[in-house]
Write a new protein. Structure first.
Lengths: 219, 223
């Protein structure tokens, strides 16, 4: 069985990006393995038999599945540097609440924006912006969702930033026009090396979305 | 010790999760029953984002989302810990709690829908049970938590107690005891724990309520 840290991932996955950011924040050396999701490796199927999905974090041969779970695990095991979750229990609950909100809303709504048209797309765009505005409210005047320091909610949300361009192109709208504070926050995060090197290039994401649309027969 | 209040609904499994945790830790609390068809100003103020129960209020500060509340309770009151201390074992437990959160909604969908949508929900419910049987439960372990119940067992209270009622109300039967021997044992073990027994709502009340809801769903489909 392998020692050390291995990440089974897929380059455009915003969930994989969360784990990449956490590993980078903690300066953990790891092996990155790109999965072909149309031809999943035996290792992936063995390490995540329940969902068969990436990302999977393998530490000393044992798998941790679900991206937010991985971020919390990384924070707990490498607890001597760059803390991601607050020490205070109430603030920690608040951070988990907002990361859960991102999980419940942002991915599905974003998907609807590029997969659908007409009324369904308009409804998704509206709800998507409403959710981002709620997040702006939570951010307030803070530098990051973690306050002065980059933290758990920042990690949970910032990967979606590289998908915003694709959403905007497909939905014909400007996220910055509606949520300037959030975009300013995202750009601030991109100044951090851990974020800049973990997020995919937004043009490549848009090309990927166009390719998916062709594959799924979506205009 | 700051006051603890729980805004809940007696027939909600998510509310029940919190009652189980509070009782297991021996935490005194004030319970407030919410009328979900007429939500109180307090609830809307404490949970403006989702407007849902359960909400735990501790020293005047609200915590929302049952999985988040469970972790807050476990971290604030460390007696009778509900999660393993080892980070890897804890990650495994959290995986199953998320699985419970994501998949148990298929049970509600079984009584809230009809036709193809209902069939799909029943199929998803079956798949969830198969996964629990094959990957979640270990032969010889009484509970997900080992010899004692933990947060994972509590998170699956919907499966232990609500599924049977929904099956009776809808006539669908995704859970067959002979097909799921480990799950069947777990359900019996879970419901025998004294704190759990006193936290679960009565089956008669549940049947009456869900039958009524099912009739409303069928009535609205035929109109």
């Amino acid at each position: 069985m392998e020692r050390g840290v291995v990440l089974l991932d897929f380059w455009p996955s915003m969930f994989g990006m969360r784990t990449r950011i956490a590993l980078a924040e903690k300066e953990i050396k790891y092996e990155y393995r790109e999965e072909d999701l149309r031809n999943k490796s035996d290792l992936l199927l063995q390490m995540n038999p329940v969902h068969k999905k990436i990302p999977v974090l393998i530490h000393n041969g044992k798998p941790v599945c679900e991206s937010l779970n991985q971020v919390q695990y990384i924070d707990e095991v490498w607890n001597d540097r760059a803390p991601l979750l607050p020490a205070n229990t109430y603030k920690r609950a608040n951070a988990r609440f907002w990361a859960d909100f991102v999980d419940k809303k942002i991915y599905d709504l974003g998907s609807k924006i590029w997969r659908t048209k007409g009324e369904e797309q308009e409804a998704a765009k509206k709800e998507f912006i409403d959710c981002l505005k709620l997040l702006e409210g939570e951010l307030g005047d803070n530098h990051y969702f973690g306050g002065k320091d980059f933290g758990y909610v920042d990690v949970a949300l910032v990967p979606f930033y590289c998908w915003f361009y694709a959403y905007e192109q497909c939905g014909n709208f400007s996220i910055e026009a509606e949520c300037p504070k959030l975009i300013a926050w995202a750009k601030r995060c991109m100044q951090k090396e851990s974020v800049a090197k973990s997020l995919a290039d937004q043009e490549k994401i848009y090309e990927f979305v166009l390719h998916l649309k062709k594959v799924f027969g979506i205009e | 010790m700051a006051a603890v209040k729980l805004l809940g609904a007696s027939l909600s499994p998510y509310s029940c999760r919190i009652i189980c945790a509070l009782k297991l830790k021996g935490i005194p609390y004030e319970y407030i029953e919410e009328d979900l068809l007429n939500k109180s100003p307090s609830l809307l103020q404490y949970n403006p984002v989702h407007k849902k129960i359960p909400v735990l209020v501790h020293g005047g500060r609200p915590i929302c989302e049952s999985a988040v509340i469970l972790r807050y309770i476990d971290e604030t009151w460390p007696q009778n810990p509900l999660l393993p201390t080892d980070p890897y074992e804890r990650a495994v437990a959290l995986f199953w709690i998320k699985f419970a959160d994501d998949k148990t909604s298929s049970i509600a969908m079984m009584y809230l829908t009809t036709g193809e949508v209902q069939e799909k929900a029943a199929k998803e419910c079956s798949e969830m049970l198969e996964t629990m049987e094959e990957h979640g439960l270990v032969e010889g372990k009484k509970f997900f938590g080992g010899d004692e119940i933990n947060m994972v067992d509590i998170a699956f209270c919907l499966v232990a107690h609500w599924l049977g009622v929904i099956e009776e109300v809808t006539g669908l039967k995704p859970f067959e005891p002979h097909k799921f021997p480990k799950l069947n044992s777990w359900i019996q073990n879970f419901k025998s724990v004294p704190v759990i027994k006193e936290s679960l709502p009565g089956t008669k009340t549940m049947l009456a309520f869900f039958k009524g809801r099912r009739e409303m769903v069928l009535a609205s489909k035929s109109s």
